[in-house]
Ligand binder design. Structure first.
Ligand code: ATP
Length: 305
């Protein structure tokens, strides 16, 4: 038994390490199906998403019993609406997206999609309903076409190319000598962060999920790329229920609701204008980011002179 236990325990360790470090959550689906901690309930039904409404109801969560990470978090994203989560590093923003994917179960409270507790539905159907554009996209050492088609295997070439066009990466791909057949990754063409993110967006457009999680990159992209990516993200989010983990407040001024998370608690909530008028935590964050933005622009202009 000991002989058997040790390697299993070791596998569990490796698994947890991977679960934590991999940002391209979709790449983990197959692995997750082997997860003993999170298993389908006997008789679990496939998730039905006629509308795509998300609800967190009084959710408490901790990775370790000694340390509470989320405390009494409640919010709703109505079908097709956009809710943004902002807050300092370590506040628990990404944890909320991990719970929605059911990588972990809540400690108390519940998470529902269109009224179904996500613990009662099959993991495969849950994950098929959610698209994720992560901070850092991991691409396969394969062709660009393969990397986009990963969103939906039965997509035709024309559909792959249309998704790329919507993600504003089609022109770039066509300019390459091998076009869509260009190999990327370690042995192939190295892509910039912005290019990789647009491929992830194309992949998600192809998948066409009713629910979307956008995990904004913390790393600054140049402002033209940033604008292109925001446009592409806007397109993929159209008509889908969207949860944005935001770092730059300028990208979420149009959100239906903004939740300000601090140390695992929602300390403020509301639309951008109302939160600014309130003059609280969000208004302070906004002021600091606007000042930093102005300082960067001034520096950039000085550099051009
Ligand atoms: P950032 O803006 O830096 O991405 P965040 O708000 O998304 O931060 P989370 O990644 O949700 O923060 O992490 C919230 C807290 O949970 C952090 O203190 C983190 O150290 C802790 N945490 C995250 N994953 C685990 C884990 N697997 N085990 C234990 N603690 C964890």
């Amino acid at each position: 038994l000991v002989q058997l236990y040790v390697p299993l325990n070791f596998m569990g360790f490796i698994y947890r390490e991977i679960k934590q470090s991999v940002t391209d959550l979709e790449a983990l689906f197959r692995l997750l199906e082997q997860d003993a901690e999170i298993a389908d309930r006997p008789g679990a039904a496939p998730l039905q998403t006629p509308a795509g409404a998300i609800r967190f109801e009084a959710v408490d969560f901790s990775y370790d019993p000694e340390r509470a990470i989320l405390k009494d978090v409640s919010f709703e994203v109505r079908p097709g609406a956009k809710v943004a989560i902002v807050g300092p590093t370590g506040a628990g923003k990404s944890t909320i997206s991990r719970l929605l994917f059911r990588f972990y179960d809540v400690t108390s409270g519940r998470v529902t999609i269109d009224g179904q507790d996500i613990r009662d539905v099959t993991q495969t159907s849950l994950r098929a309903a959610i698209g994720m554009v992560p901070q850092d996209t991991v691409l396969f050492n394969e062709t660009i076409r393969y990397n986009i088609r990963y969103g939906r295997w039965d997509a035709t070439d024309a559909e792959v190319e249309r998704a790329a066009a919507l993600a504003q990466i089609d022109g770039f791909i066509r300019s390459l000598p091998d076009g869509y057949d260009t190999e990327v990754g370690e042995r192939g063409l190295k892509l910039s962060g912005g290019e990789k993110q647009r491929i992830a967006i194309a992949r998600t457009i192809l998948k066409g999920p009713p629910i979307l999680i956008l995990d904004e990159a913390t790393s600054a992209l140049d402002s033209a790329t940033e604008k292109d990516i925001q446009d592409a993200l806007g397109r993929v989010a159209e008509g889908r229920t969207t949860l944005v983990i935001a770092h730059r407040l300028s990208t979420i001024v149009d959100a239906d609701e903004i939740l300000v998370l601090e140390a695992g608690r929602v300390v403020e909530r509301g639309a951008h204008a109302a939160l600014l008028a309130k003059g609280g935590v969000y208004a302070g964050l906004w002021l600091r980011q606007s000042e930093a933005e102005r300082a960067r622009e001034t520096l950039a202009r000085a550099g051009e002179d």
